[in-house]
Design a protein around this ligand. Structure first.
Ligand code: ADP
Length: 257
């Protein structure tokens, strides 16, 4: 069976006001269920827990302390999974939650346990929904427990389970030769075979202060995939049924190969 990892960002899952974009989530669930029905093995890497937690607790911006952010993630993750559970069940699709931290993937025993869980879920036609375990992973204090962003986590998962393809859905049509939000003449790059410092410059540089998000972490993920001889497609997730077009071979977004 073809094994596919799909990563969705907060921008796909939520409206600008922070509320869940239920229409997009429904389309996503519909599309992924359809793939499973076609006999494909599908893993979803989903962000959005902290954003959902904010909405749930009626807060307008991220709190500053780590314990508050982690509490928020705990609230948001439950709500997010509840919504997924509801929408996927409409399409008769079962799901299972896998929360990961870096050390889990570093230690051979826990890594093997996680991989066994993936294999078992996929064999049962269940879609594993993966997120970083934000309630235990800490960024500033201990770099070793945090992936930092779901972009790189999704590449790590795709490589670890030997997926055939990583589809990364974002709020932009693909990777451009410069930031299209700043430059009107930015051109979409259809195929990327190599990622070097010049490539990172197009995304506004490697490891910007903002840390997570933006094009930089997507390029880092793509670099991991290329190093592992794997393929990634970056496309606009505005309409998640775009996944069908991608798998039908339509030239969409940026192909890292
Ligand atoms: P998501 O929430 O889907 O993970 P992000 O907002 O983190 O997405 O990253 C996508 C954003 O990266 C784009 O909307 C754009 O503003 C920015 N960006 C910077 N450089 C580029 C580039 N060269 N090509 C495309 N997008 C870029």
């Amino acid at each position: 069976a073809q094994r596919i990892v799909v990563k969705v960002g907060t921008s796909t899952l939520t409206h600008l006001n922070g509320k869940l974009n239920l229409q997009a989530i429904d389309q996503l669930c519909y599309s992924l269920s359809g793939l499973v029905n076609e006999g494909k093995e599908v893993v979803l890497v989903s962000s959005g827990a902290i954003g959902v937690g904010l909405g749930q607790l009626g807060m307008s911006e991220r709190p500053s302390t780590i314990p508050e952010q982690q509490a928020l993630a705990a609230v948001g993750q439950t709500q997010l999974m509840t919504v997924y559970q509801q929408r996927f069940s409409v399409y008769g699709q079962r799901i299972g939650q896998i929360l990961l931290t870096h050390d889990v993937m570093d230690y051979p025993t826990s890594r093997q346990n996680v991989l066994n869980t993936f294999e078992t879920l996929l064999k049962l036609k269940i879609i594993p929904i993966v997120n970083e375990n934000d309630t235990v992973a800490v960024d500033e204090l201990d770099h070793h427990t945090k992936f930092g962003d779901n972009d790189q986590l999704s590449a790590l998962v795709a490589i670890s389970i030997d997926a055939d393809l990583l589809i990364m859905l974002s709020d932009i049509n693909g990777f451009y030769d410069k930031n299209p939000r700043k430059f009107d003449d930015a051109k979409l790059l259809y195929t990327i075979n190599e990622i070097n410092d010049e490539t990172f410059d197009k995304a506004g540089g490697r490891g910007t202060k903002l840390g997570t998000g933006g094009m930089t972490t997507k390029l880092k993920a793509a670099k991991r995939m290329l190093n592992a001889n794997k393929t990634m497609i970056l496309a606009n997730g505005e309409n998640p049924s775009v996944i069908f077009k991608i798998l039908n071979g339509e030239q969409l977004g940026t192909l890292f190969i």
